[in-house]
Design a binder for this molecule. Sequence first.
Ligand SMILES: [Zn+2]
Length: 325
Amino acid sequence: MERRKFISKNIAFGALAPAAYGSLGFTEPKTDKLAHSFEKEDDVTIERVSEGQPHRGKVLAVIQPHCDDIPFYAAGTVAKLIYEGYTGYLIRTSNDDAAGAGASLGERVLNNEKDNAEVAKVLGLKKTYDLNYRNHRMDEYNIQDIKGRFIFLFRLLKVDTLICYDPWGHYEENPDHYITARAVEAARWMAGMRTDYPEQLEVVEPHTVREMYYFARGPQLVNRVVDISRFIDIKVESNMVCKTQGPGGDNGARLRKRLAKEGKKLAILGNDDQTANFNYIKEFVLDQDRIIGEKYGLDRAECFHYIGPSPSKLEEYIRKNTVSI
Ligand SMILES: [Zn+2]
């Protein structure tokens, strides 16, 4: 029996962040992601970058309820997989209408939609699909409706691999996160069944999604650590374009201005807004990636509950044991 071990990966920034966020007026700090992730310690795979575009021809679905989820938790892995040849699509389930205080509801929806489109552009994703469910209310919808839409998209796009919130992540408070995750996990195998939504089969073929990278902001089973060291700057940029919500956006510039008013400055924030935003995100907002990386001897890393196709034991048996007749 393998020993399971609780690990604490986020002590340094986790202790610092609430006060820092509070002083800047942030409303939703997301620094609790890795406080108590657990892993089967002998069963963690380190995934490194591959050259030669080994995934050319394959399709990646990048799924997030809100425009800032993927940038914060998984943008490095998305950038890596696109570099390795995937064609990617960004699917956002909510309309983000609860994010962006100070603007009208319509403006909030539009501002977040624009930010989301920018995230897709920065990460090299081909197209966005906005499902536009009301923000923070996804638990009021019939999950069958959400599943049906995902099943159609997985069949239409012939998705090989997806990245989404972990349907088995613990202590997740946001209904948009856990409802999206549950709908995706059911839809990705139902999409392969001829008996589910058979009317769709007049225009699309059954198609099972076989490879999943699930991330969580609470405790989760971690069995895959992705080396994102070469892609950290793209990840930073994907957080910079989330202007309407999230811990990135213009918060570095705001901090620089606030300090200037007090007659102070931080060297790391440079002399202009762009530098302030970039460095603030890289050094403080995404500090978690450095902490994960340190544990595995990498500069920067993201971690996942990964599920993928396992090698066929039967094929292996046939390969080893068949004889000519
Ligand atoms: Zn979210």
